[in-house]
Write a protein that binds this ligand. Structure first.
Ligand code: AMP
Ligand code: MG
Length: 520
């Protein structure tokens, strides 16, 4: 028998539930969650799993390989102590209040307490309809599930705060999706990811209670969050709540600064997709910048407004925190306290971003001169298509005594553009080299430290798409290879050279590679 886990399920034991017991779409009031069973699938089959996450959860490889594992994480059965439920939340989508959203296709299985004492909330994504599904089917397709599975674990290994993924299970059932929203609906293989996080609370969990005028429940949820997810915070009630909001602001700032460091674009920074723990959550039409372009968004739904473009993520996170503040003000009634939290966001973001910039460029610190160099470099990168990931790896190889633009050539998408810009880069590099240490030891140290913040392997959109195309034909070898490369994203390995290349030309405008719809 597999998996002897201890569940404490605090969310459902401490917060009120929806008295209605069916999975029909409805507006839920006066409750934080609804009990709902997963809809069974015909043929659950494990396609991929994370050894690191399994270990955290005290799972052995044998347990993962057992047929019961696929049954449980395909939604066909519960283990002792598990209880399946969906939670109620709302959110601001693309700047507008959207009302009730909720776990429309995510089902919680319970909160595991591991042998090490860590709490992990388990969640199946794609396990069937819930009261929060609105008109959708509660299912998920392989392509989006694979993207979520690979990317959340890749982010973890990059050192970016994120929810995790334990498993990717094929359901043996087809799901119909209109991938590009152009009237061409087609069946696709269905899949279920098991996501894992200490808490899946989102800004929208608090917003819905403020919007629907349920201040007592809001108060209860805030106190619950403080007790379960932020036990380290102290003080009397109001000060403690203020300190909590400030902490959420600080963590959010740190998360977004990391996104900017690695070139990650979330794509749908709606407030229902913002974690209270400052974790990257809900991997949908996200993308990685190939050529560095602050105006780029991977999300086709956002192609016009580009609200969630790469360069705007820091401002959007602040806007989202403002929404959370508005909700919390219903019970805090202290604008100054909330304002202090938002200030804290700006401070933490600025400090962290500056520290990351210094580290990415290999400066000991970031004075005015270094900051000017950074600004100039980004401006130059905007003048020709320059691959962000390859640029920073190449920059670490620049010779201080004889800085040559050719060192950067592998990062350029066009040799002609490079030739046009070469002189500008020569000037920049000469100034740049003047700000680097001169001693050999310090230089070697600089390269090591640059390479420890500038990844060589990121989940480029086209790499994910190639893994999807193969997986849809029943071949999971690319998933395994990507997992292996992305496990140590700062360490180059000859066998993974193919994963450290510029986006190929064929991928420039291909669906799934340069643009993604929300269809999933
Ligand atoms: P997202 O854009 O993925 O963050 O989802 C926004 C809302 O739509 C959430 O409440 C989701 O649970 C819900 N949702 C998205 N896709 C589905 C689906 N296939 N079935 C049910 N609900 C969904
Ligand atoms: Mg979402």
């Amino acid at each position: 028998m597999m998996m002897q886990w201890h569940f404490d399920n605090r969310f459902i034991s401490e917060l009120p539930s929806d008295p209605v017991l069916n999975n029909q779409s409805r507006q839920v009031r006066g409750a934080a969650w609804s009990e709902v069973a997963a809809t069974p699938v015909p043929k659950p089959q494990l396609l991929a799993w994370s050894p690191e996450m399994a270990k955290e959860l005290d799972l052995s490889p044998e347990e993962v390989a057992s047929p019961e594992f696929a049954e449980v994480f395909g939604g066909n059965r519960l283990l002792p102590g598990m209880k399946s439920y969906a939670t109620r939340y709302g959110g601001h989508q693309f700047g507008n209040w959207a009302g009730q959203l909720g776990d429309g296709r995510a089902l919680h299985l319970g909160e595991v307490i591991t042998k090490a004492g860590q709490r992990w909330d388990l969640q199946l994504k794609g396990a069937g309809p819930t009261p929060y599904s609105r008109r959708a089917d509660g299912r998920a397709v392989l392509r989006s599930s694979l993207r979520e599975f690979l990317c959340s674990e890749a982010m973890y290994h990059l050192g970016v705060p994120t929810t995790r993924a334990l498993s990717l299970v094929l359901t043996g059932e087809e799901v119909v999706r209109d991938m590009m929203y152009d009237g061409n609906a087609a069946p696709e293989p269905g899949a279920i990811v098991c996501r894992v996080a200490p808490s899946f609370l989102r800004f929208g969990h608090y917003e819905i209670l403020a919007a629907q005028k349920e201040p007592e429940l809001l108060e209860k949820l805030v106190d619950f969050t403080l007790a379960r997810d932020f036990p380290e915070l102290e003080g009397e009630s109001k000060a403690k709540r203020g300190a909590w909001f400030k902490e959420v602001c600080g963590r959010t700032a740190l998360m977004v600064a990391h996104w900017m460091r690695v070139g990650f674009v979330h794509g749908v920074m709606n407030t229902d997709n913002m974690s209270i723990l400052g974790l990257t959550i809900d991997y949908g039409p996200y993308g990685w910048v190939d050529n560095l372009d602050p105006g780029w968004t991977p999300n086709t739904t956002d192609a016009q407004m580009r609200r969630y473009r790469f360069g705007q993520q820091p401002q959007i996170a602040l806007w989202n925190l403002g929404c959370l503040a508005t909700a919390l003000d219903v019970i805090l009634q202290d604008k100054d306290l909330l304002e202090a939290g938002l200030e804290h966001y700006l401070q933490v973001y600025t400090e962290t971003h500056q520290r990351f910039s210094a580290e990415k460029f290999g400066f000991a610190s970031l004075g005015q001169a270094e900051e000017d160099l950074v600004t100039r470099a980004y401006r130059l990168m905007g003048q020709a298509e320059v691959d962000m990931t390859l640029f920073f790896r190449a920059l670490a190889e620049i010779s201080v005594n004889e800085p040559l633009p050719e060192t950067l050539l592998p990062a350029f998408y066009s040799a002609e553009e490079f030739a046009k810009e070469r002189e500008h880069w020569q000037i920049w590099l000469t100034d740049y080299a003047a700000h680097l240490p001169k001693q050999a030891a310090a230089l070697a140290e600089r390269r090591t430290s640059m390479n420890s913040v500038n990844p060589i392997y990121v989940l480029r959109n086209y790499l994910a798409q190639e893994a999807i195309d193969l997986a849809e034909q029943g071949d999971n070898s690319r998933i395994l290879a990507l997992q292996a490369a992305l496990r140590q994203p700062y360490t180059p390995k000859p066998e993974f050279q193919a994963f450290a290349q510029k986006r190929p030309d064929w991928a420039r405008f291909k669906a799934g590679c340069s643009m993604l719809s929300c269809s999933s």
